[in-house]
Design a protein around this ligand. Structure first.
Ligand SMILES: Cc1cc2nc3c(=O)[nH]c(=O)nc-3n(C[C@H](O)[C@H](O)[C@H](O)COP(=O)(O)O)c2cc1C
Length: 306
């Protein structure tokens, strides 16, 4: 099975992605959170992230016109990237109301306009990440011929409507119907937290499940189970690599605390709270080590899911 790391704005940033690749791996590609233009300019933090040298990862464009898609393609090409994903799935209301993300899916002319960019950059390999529609499954259905006529290396689908946000049920029957008519490689995305959730697909993209259990990808792609002490050691090393990768920034503590929004959700509440409440980096690191030390007995007793 091929596993792809999903992009999560605010979470899958360079420090996290590089640590995962260095210590754990198992992912065919790491997608980066979207790049967008604001009043005609690139955001400074997008430019800083893009300069991390991780050229094997996949940048993503949030664009609603050929011109915007062109400028983002030009930017990633000039940095040396060979891939670009086009985001037609972001459901955040501000994004959707501007005609971006899943807000573009009901406007086939705008989608066609964005996709024209593929012809302008023959050296870039493009993919699309989308939803079933913003308000109706018919939106993605009507895009099938256009997607099939476009040079894409793969299509990622989270089978929800944009208006569902990240809640509600995914419609896997609609996914199968869509995937059956797409000539490109299809990647299933959404709600995969365990090996069982992913097992019926040949390619999956996982976000929150991998941030929660960073070993899920390698276990799925290599068909192995990493257990006990080895598991804890890898998680410790992954966390240490994230800390090291944040070495140069001013407020590493704030960034590190966001990791725990998803990381190891079943780890003991008391120790987890101490990590999140810590006031200095030293205090934080001590609390994290205590939490890792506690995992051994929790896993041995079967209290911990991962
Ligand atoms: C906080 C947050 C930020 C996200 N940022 C992006 C993004 O920048 N680009 C994108 O394509 N998807 C983004 N997503 C969607 C995820 O990539 C993914 O499609 C979604 O979380 C469903 O997969 P999962 O259930 O495996 O997490 C984001 C999701 C969340 C919760």
């Amino acid at each position: 099975m091929r596993v792809y790391f999903a992009p999560l704005q605010g979470y899958t940033e360079s420090f996290q992605r590089l640590a995962h690749r260095q210590v754990i791996g198992g992912c065919a590609e790491y997608y980066r959170p979207f790049i967008r233009l604001e009043r005609g300019e690139f955001r400074r933090r997008d430019l800083a992230e893009l300069s991390d040298g991780d050229l094997d990862s996949v940048p993503q464009a949030l664009a609603r016109s050929y011109d915007e898609a062109f400028r983002i393609s030009e930017l990633v090409s000039s940095h040396g990237f060979r891939r670009l994903d086009l985001n037609f799935g972001c459901p955040f209301p501000k994004v959707v109301s501007g005609g971006y993300g899943s807000g573009i899916l009901g406007n086939a002319d705008a989608v066609r306009d964005v996709l024209r960019v593929v012809e302008a950059f023959p050296d870039l390999s493009y993919s699309v990440k989308l939803r079933l529609g913003q308000s109706s499954v018919d939106e993605s259905k009507s895009l099938i011929p256009l997607l099939n006529d476009t040079r894409l290396c793969q299509v990622v689908m989270n089978p929800r409507l944009g208006r569902q946000g990240f809640g509600g049920e995914a419609d896997w029957a609609a996914y199968e119907a869509f995937a059956g008519q797409i000539r490109h490689d299809m990647i299933a995305n959404g709600d995969m937290l365990t090996k069982d959730d992913a097992s019926r697909f040949s390619a999956v993209m996982i976000g929150r499940g991998l941030l929660g259990n960073p070993l899920l990808g390698v276990e799925l792609s290599e068909g192995v189970a990493i257990e006990g002490g080895k598991r804890i050691e890898l998680l410790r090393m992954y966390h240490r690599a994230m800390v090291a990768n944040l070495g140069g920034i001013e407020q590493p503590l704030q960034k590190l605390k966001t990791v725990w929004d998803y990381f190891l959700p079943d780890a003991k509440g008391r120790l987890r709270k101490a990590v999140i409440k810590s006031r200095t980096l030293d205090e934080y690191l001590g609390c994290v080590e205590a939490l890792f030390d506690s995992l051994g007995s929790e896993w041995a007793s079967g209290d911990l899911r991962y």
